[in-house]
Design a protein around this ligand. Structure first.
Ligand SMILES: [Zn+2]
Length: 601
């Protein structure tokens, strides 16, 4: 059984000293560090933070052969009486050990191996490591080397912490203060937080839960917080048709910083990153509760009810998953309903949140370039690698997945079912038995509730046309209202750059700005002879009554060369959309809407 010891006792160094002791089984020893962590589909090359790797057996340092950026091979000489010794390679000669008797070498081969190295912990996100005098947070996929042949063995975890720090680990504790993971997968699915933080305990349907905040003590500041979190967690269980959570214990870790947003799901924990500035906004608390519900719902959807391409997980390379729209889109759709369904918030809050999503969706021209299946398949190279052109050539599987979930939910309701029923069916057929599902399994599950989805769903997944959102919203007595803009349409967006200059941060594809020859990064100096001083100072773009779209004269700079360009503005386009109740809608729409909004069949 590998024994992993993580030493955080010198937090100001921002280095975690790692030691792994393992009994050699088969020679040679193969070591690798994951390139990514499940739930966050980007090759992160965690090995860039690894330093001073040494492998020793007793007092002997063993030679390391690098097979790849994050893979090593350690030749081992095994005892001759062990059957697996056949084919093992001899240990490279060690200086001063050339005349050591052969019998000693074979005895030494049975000695445990100690792997030691350090991990630089300077990146504060939910999927990286951060250590300083205030706290330590470790995403263990970025920390613990995998020893080939030991993946399915139990792993023991030991932490060495500065005085007065407490460990918070979502693993079963041992009597001696260590933790035991069932296997390597469970170990790296267990984020480690440590520090002098307060910890709050509560239960969800009898299952013990803990809430730990680094930053401020949120439950101490907000007396209703834990009760509301409990209500949302209970609602997740009800949605899954379960009497209790899937985990036997659960840990919420919140990193509350000035600004930021993020979450990562695990089998028995969630790591959340949230901004105090966001929390201070009117919708901030509700959005954090939705994030709590989102990650908690992943306990089922994506963690235990898992795409077949992620069962088992390949930590070394990307796995193409065509159904991320279901794992993330359906979860993103449902998380917005959780507070209201749990008795918190109002129907208007839900309409505001869904309207904001719909608005973001309709303002993304990339939805006509990339289908939902392609968005899921290309997660590794597109969604997590956004640039100035992403809005024009891609659509998030979270966002369009949530829009499709809305359409599917309302389509199923027309057929006497609903989205929750499909989710529960998939859970009992696949997730409960640890069976991975394919895209076809999803389509068949939906079609078993509404037969026409066997053709409609593949069409919606593969098409770059919008699914018929407005048509379905009419079932609920809702219509989509466009908010007009006060400015002419140009397709350019500015940002304040250094030395007070304004740069183009976006040039929309096929827009007047692109046709005028502008590109991202150009400096915009003046419009119609008026010097621009800040991103809001574009008076020439404000529409005046009775005026036709003007032709503008732009003074720009590219690579320090001035250029004059003509831009023909176009009529204003909507700047946002909202969901509103249609007063003319049929009388039964209100009752239907009320059940839908509360996640009732
Ligand atoms: Zn998610």
């Amino acid at each position: 059984m590998p024994e992993v010891r993580l030493d955080l006792s010198d937090p100001s160094s921002q280095l975690v000293e790692v030691q792994i002791r393992v009994q050699p089984r088969l020679g040679p020893l193969l070591l690798s560090l994951p390139a990514w962590t499940p739930g966050s589909y980007l090759i992160r090359d965690y090995v860039r933070h690894l330093e001073r790797l040494r492998v020793c057996q007793g007092h002997r340092e063993l030679p390391l052969e690098r097979l790849g950026p994050a893979q090593w091979r350690v030749p081992l000489e095994l005892a001759p009486d062990r059957p697996e010794a056949a084919g093992a390679e001899p240990v490279a000669a060690e200086p001063g050990a050339a005349d050591a008797p052969a019998v000693e070498a074979s005895v030494a081969a049975a000695e445990p191996i100690t792997i030691s190295y350090a991990i630089l912990a300077t990146e504060l996100t939910v999927r990286t490591c951060h250590l300083n005098g205030d706290h330590g947070f470790l995403a263990l996929a970025a920390v613990v080397l995998q020893v080939q042949g030991e993946r399915w063995s139990p792993h023991q975890l030991d932490l060495v912490l500065p005085p007065h720090w407490q460990p918070f680990v979502p693993l079963p504790p041992e009597a001696d203060g260590r933790w035991l993971a069932r296997d390597y997968d469970q170990l790296v699915d267990s984020p480690v937080e440590a520090g002098p933080h307060p910890c709050h305990s509560f239960t969800v349907f009898g299952v013990p839960h803990r809430w730990v905040t680094w930053g401020d003590d949120l439950p101490a500041q907000d007396g209703r917080w834990l009760a509301d979190v409990t209500a949302v967690c209970e609602q997740c269980c009800r949605l899954m048709g379960e009497a209790a959570p899937a985990a036997e214990h659960y840990l919420f870790l919140l990193h509350l910083i000035d600004q930021g947003y993020g979450g990562l799901e695990h089998d028995a924990s969630s790591v959340l990153l949230y901004g105090r500035q966001g929390l201070a906004r009117p919708e901030g608390r509700r959005k954090l509760l939705q994030l709590v519900g989102h990650e908690y719902l992943h306990q089922w959807n994506v963690r235990r009810l898992r795409p077949c391409q992620l069962s088992p997980i390949d930590y070394d390379r990307p796995s193409v998953v065509p159904s991320l729209w279901f794992a993330e889109g359906v979860t993103s759709y449902l998380d917005q309903f959780l507070p209201l369904a749990a008795g918190l918030g109002s129907e208007q809050d839900l309409l505001d949140d869904l309207g904001a999503d719909l608005s973001r969706y309709l303002l993304t021209p990339g939805r006509h370039i990339q289908s939902l299946v392609h968005s899921s398949q290309e997660a590794w190279v597109k969604l997590y690698r956004q640039d100035a052109h992403s809005t024009d050539n891609q659509i998030s599987y979270y966002l369009k997945g949530a829009m499709l979930a809305l359409v599917l939910d309302l389509h199923l309701r027309r057929h006497g079912s609903w989205l929750g029923a499909v989710l529960q069916q998939l859970w009992s057929r696949f997730g409960r038995h640890g069976r991975g599902y394919s895209q076809q399994d999803l389509i068949e599950a939906f079609a078993s509730h509404a037969a026409d989805l066997s053709t409609l769903l593949p069409l919606w997944l593969e098409s770059t046309e919008d699914p018929p959102i407005e048509k379905y919203l009419a079932d609920l007595g809702l219509h989509v209202i466009a908010e007009p803009s006060e400015t002419w349409f140009t397709g350019l967006q500015l940002e304040q750059a250094d030395r007070g200059c304004l740069r183009l941060r976006r040039v929309e594809r096929h827009s007047p700005a692109q046709q005028a020859g502008l590109e991202v990064g150009d400096e915009l100096i003046a419009i119609d002879g008026h010097r621009l001083t800040n991103v809001e100072s574009l008076p020439a773009l404000t529409r005046r009554p009775g005026q036709q779209p003007p032709q503008l004269c732009l003074l720009t700079a590219r690579h320090q060369r001035l250029q004059e360009r003509r831009l023909q503005a176009e009529l204003p386009r909507p700047q946002s959309w909202s969901l509103q109740i249609d007063p003319e809608a049929a009388a039964d729409c209100g009752a239907r809407r009320s059940r839908w909004a509360r996640l009732q069949p």
